[in-house]
Design a protein around this ligand. Sequence first.
Ligand SMILES: *Cc1c(COP(=O)(O)O)cnc(C)c1O
Length: 371
Amino acid sequence: MDIPMINLKAQYKTTKKDIMKNLTEVLSEQRLILGKYCKTLEEKISSYVGVPHAISCANGTDALILSLMALDIRDGDEVITTPFTFFATASSIALMGAKPVFVDIKEDDLNIDPELIARAITKKTKAVIVVHLFGKLCNIEEIIKICNHYNIPVIEDMAQSLGAGREGIKAGGFGDIAALSFYPTKNLGGIGEGGMVLTKRDDLGIKVRKLRVHGMGDTTYHHELIGINSRLDEIKAAALVAKLPYLEKWNKKRIKNARFYNRHLKGLPVILPQIPRDGSHIFHHYVIRTKNRDGLQSFLKQKGIQTGIYYPVPLHLQDCFKYLGYKNGSFPVSEVAARTSLAIPVFPELKKAEKQYIVEMIKLYFHKISS
Ligand SMILES: *Cc1c(COP(=O)(O)O)cnc(C)c1O
């Protein structure tokens, strides 16, 4: 068997008709930038997540940068975040001239530890970026309590968590502002790069809408702010509008796949992810942890099963962040997670026989090394 980490061709089979219909329309109309599909996508995602403002942009990294720009993050400011995430979560802070301040994650779900946020807050702290890693909501309620107390805005990096929710609130609807990515491999993936900023705050929504188009207000070529060019192409928006109706079903299948794995991998010397019943984990990735990670990965590769390591180097140990002065041992939970985490295929189109094969091969590996 040959099992990829994600099967975009299978996804395309499901969505091709819908996508093609919309693309043909855009191309024949030739309204290629900020047309009706951009507007529709923004409206649909704003109502899906339950926030009044949704502003599409070029990619998820820009969505983070636009969020930080809207909050006036600049030179000398500190922004607290997790070192166990994709690079852009922290690079966006540094690109604004501000200082990323890392705090460690919790062992149970690998998300940022609220208590450590509280301890890292200083007079210079101007924002906190939380990540709902692998599709699992972090302890956002607790974090918002802490940040409200100090009047510090919370940015949600929801690149991996569109659709995850708890008690009626979805990722992107908790904090002051949120950054979403439509990178092709995300739970709602586009036909290229894409992103979106979500916010319930009118001041920030109005500002991001300007910042996305060079800081222009309602009058063309009059610039109120120094913005950037970060528009989402209309053809990409049209494809995303075609795919959005599938998102809930896809997320449910991911959860179902995760349940299958948890049932069948029980008893092995691996830490399995917890599967909350309330929909607060939508399994962008299904990540197991084992000290035999590298051995397991190469064994599965031999057996035709692709896996992924998210993330092999925690951000505080990246070369480019050496100037921040962290060292090996600064964030032990993140460092262990980086050494032990392995993501196995969990994409919605995964077939039962493929899941069974993956389980069998994982069992076989542990059987081999223990005998
Ligand atoms: C994918 C991702 C991003 C960046 O999104 P792009 O669209 O690739 O720029 C940011 N943060 C996290 C956690 C991500 O997974």
